[in-house]
Design a protein around this ligand. Structure first.
Ligand code: PSU
Ligand code: MN
Length: 303
């Protein structure tokens, strides 16, 4: 059994220096409800293809990490009950010949292994609220400290601790670049209230930063923070109302530890009457498009 498999389509694009963008599978398996998740997985790939970019959706199927899925693979990540796999889970799934949906961390690691340099997601994992007691911080952050990949996201969800997440990224020496803005977004909202030190105004400039990082031998990733356009964001007052009662509901239900985030996210979709889901899809589409532009600029720079 091979350690990992790169699809023919992705391998050919990489060999020919054409743009490739990695896509994660946890957002499909665990982040979006059926059947919208399957539609979204297909749509994200199509947005890239329309830009002349090759999509590389990543998942672990029957023990083999797959970089680039066929239609059957995309159907599997949307409709099977897959384990949520971060980097540390990959060897175990491999030994068990089991399947898993890859988080940002696992997707970044596998994409980088295959030579893919740009990755689009919805939101990054981060430092959880209450992490001072629980130590709950996503491996997305520590993985990006050692993985040369550019991840386009709409920041982190406001159910996490946004300032602590930004502090950790600073400690880990992961550059956080606002795309055409210095306002760090809050996933469903265009602005989180936290300001970044830097912004870059074009995909070409981001490609130049990637090149400089390579030449300087840093080896870490880059977080590109790409806010949802203001006219598409969730109404901030409604957002604040729903988030507040979501935490109260979690408390009342006695939910603790790992179960808190899934509880909150499910509650938020329900309480928002589905509005948060539509915003989630819009911001993800927006990230996929920008990642396609960066991958295109990157392959032009390397040509
Ligand atoms: N944020 C979202 N939707 C998601 C995730 C994060 O808005 O689906 C997923 C991503 O796959 C991310 C993972 O990498 O959750 C982080 O999980 P953890 O905190 O367990 O590392
Ligand atoms: Mn965790």
């Amino acid at each position: 059994m091979t350690a990992f498999n790169v699809s023919d389509e992705v391998a050919t694009a990489l060999a020919e220096g054409r743009p490739v963008v990695a896509l994660e599978s946890t957002i499909i398996s665990h982040g979006l409800p059926r059947p919208r998740n399957h539609e979204a997985a297909i749509e994200f790939e199509q947005i890239l293809r329309d830009q002349g970019v090759t999509p590389a959706t990543i998942a672990i199927l029957d023990g083999v990490p797959q970089i680039g899925l066929d239609a059957k693979g995309v159907d599997r990540i949307a409709n099977e009950d897959l384990a949520k796999a971060s980097v540390r889970d990959i060897p175990i799934l491999s030994a068990k010949r089991a399947s898993g949906a890859t988080t940002v961390a696992a997707t970044a690691h596998l994409a980088s292994l295959a030579g893919v340099r740009v990755f689009a997601t919805g939101g990054l994992g981060g430092v959880h609220r209450g992490a001072i007691d629980t130590f709950d911080e996503s491996a997305d952050l520590s993985t990006l400290a050692v993985t040369p990949i550019t991840v386009v996201s709409a920041g982190v969800k406001s159910v996490l601790d946004i300032p602590a997440t930004l502090e950790r990224l600073e400690t880990l020496s992961v550059p956080v670049i606002g795309y055409k803005t210095r306002e760090f977004p809050a996933f469903w909202l265009t602005k989180s209230g936290y300001t970044l030190d830097w912004s870059l105004d074009s995909a070409h400039e981001i490609a130049l930063a990637m090149q400089a990082q390579d030449e300087l031998g840093h080896g870490q990733g880059i977080v590109v923070a790409n806010p949802i356009p203001e006219q598409l964001q969730w109404d901030p007052a409604e957002h604040d109302r729903v988030i507040k009662i979501a935490f109260k509901a979690a408390d009342a239900a006695g939910v603790t530890g790992k179960a808190v985030t899934p509880f909150l996210l499910g509650f938020i979709v329900g309480e928002s009457g589905g509005r948060s889901l539509e915003v989630n899809l819009d911001l993800a589409r927006n990230n996929v498009g920008v990642a396609g532009e960066i991958a295109t600029a990157w392959s032009a720079l390397k040509a």
